[in-house]
Ligand binder design. Structure first.
Ligand code: DOR
Ligand code: ZN
Length: 343
């Protein structure tokens, strides 16, 4: 069996930099036409000039004849100026500004300490129509890690949607039923990306029978009832839910250690894994909307014209891939994947 769909885009991706980036970018470029590239490098991508040079490095690392287009983002800080927002918008290459609460996740220490400090920049983004992409988790040590998303909704997303009614916002990598409900309640104003790991797994995959660090990402995998809400949302055909892998490669040794870092590497088989999930719930006909249509519609970008084909043919995910000087272990390594990209 084969299925064809309009070539998808990845609306949330970590590509890293230098050799590491060069060893993973082809996985994404083979499958996706475009990707929103996250700015959490070290140091973070905080200016248009930095984003332009990062974009050049990505283009230089692509395989020959690749027509993949990286869509760049800036990293929001307490000090982002309105002039920088306007420069970003006018650059034509920057499609959003990413808000990481300081300390929420990998390379977020330069993130926002108090969202009110960003209000001048947010006013300008609203005026310019430049989307705000949100890592929606509070960082307060007194909030349980499994509750950090829903607390962020009440404390920060509610006020943000009230204070910036015309600012396009993407609620990134949603992981809870509360997030699904919030996106629906704000229909037309809010988009949301959903990763494949949050669709395929719940926290049991990470914790039952031993700690499996390759399932550790942020926001963390939640309980099964949330997973079911996410599956229902992704396969609903509602246009506010679209594909964003949050594929986030780390060297093997940085994940398999006493304090392993957050991030699942899924780019190597991203669309195949989403197909697996959509097939499991008998919703393959809804995959194209989620993967290829709703994202560009939200961002006001043209839909892709070419198609890709997936074939139902089993293969085994490799134990690891080259990652700069290191190896990266993909999510699902050693497992059978039932779909293959036809090349
Ligand atoms: O698991 C994650 N990894 N979540 C994030 O928000 C960042 C990402 C990374 O950059 O590794
Ligand atoms: Zn991310």
């Amino acid at each position: 069996m084969q299925i064809s769909l309009i070539r998808p885009d990845d609306w949330h991706l970590h590509l890293r930099d230098d050799d590491a980036m060069a060893s993973v970018v082809a996985h994404t470029a083979e499958r996706f036409a475009r990707a929103i590239v996250m700015p959490n490098l070290k140091p973070p991508v905080t200016t248009t000039a930095m984003a332009m040079s990062y974009r050049e490095r990505i283009l230089a690392a692509l395989p020959q004849n690749s027509d993949f287009t990286p869509l760049m983002t800036l990293y929001m800080t307490d000090h982002l100026s309105s002039d920088e927002v306007i420069a970003a918008k006018n650059s034509g290459i920057i499609k959003g500004i990413k808000l990481y609460p300081a300390g929420a996740t990998t390379h977020s220490d330069a993130g926002v300490t108090d969202i009110r400090r960003c209000y001048p920049a947010l006013e300008t983004m609203q005026k310019e129509g430049l989307p705000l992409l949100i890592h929606a988790e509070v960082t307060d040590p007194d909030v349980d890690i499994f509750d950090r998303e829903q607390v962020f909704i009440d404390r920060h997303l509610q006020p943000l949607t009230r204070d910036f009614p015309a600012l396009p916002m993407v609620f990134e990598h949603i992981t809870t039923k509360q997030a699904v409900d919030f996106v629906r309640a704000n229909e037309g104003r809010l988009g949301a990306t959903i990763t494949v790991q949050h669709l395929l797994y719940n926290r049991n995959a990470m914790l039952v029978g031993g700690i499996r660090p390759h399932f550790y990402c942020l926001p963390i995998l939640k309980r099964e009832s949330h997973q079911r809400a996410l599956i229902e949302a992704a396969t609903s055909g509602e246009s506010h839910f679209f594909l964003g892998t949050d594929s986030a490669p780390h060297p093997q040794h940085a994940k398999e250690c006493a304090c392993g870092c957050a991030g699942c590497y899924t780019a190597y088989a991203a669309i195949e894994l989403y197909a697996e999930l959509f097939e499991q719930v008998d919703a393959l006909e809804r995959l194209e909307g989620f993967a290829s249509l709703f994202g560009p519609d939200f961002y006001g970008l043209p839909r892709n014209r070419e198609t890709i084909t997936l074939e139902k043919r089993e293969w085994v995910a490799p134990e690891s891939y080259q990652f700069g000087q290191d190896r990266v272990v993909p999510l699902g390594s050693g497992e059978t994947i039932s779909w293959q990209l036809v090349r």
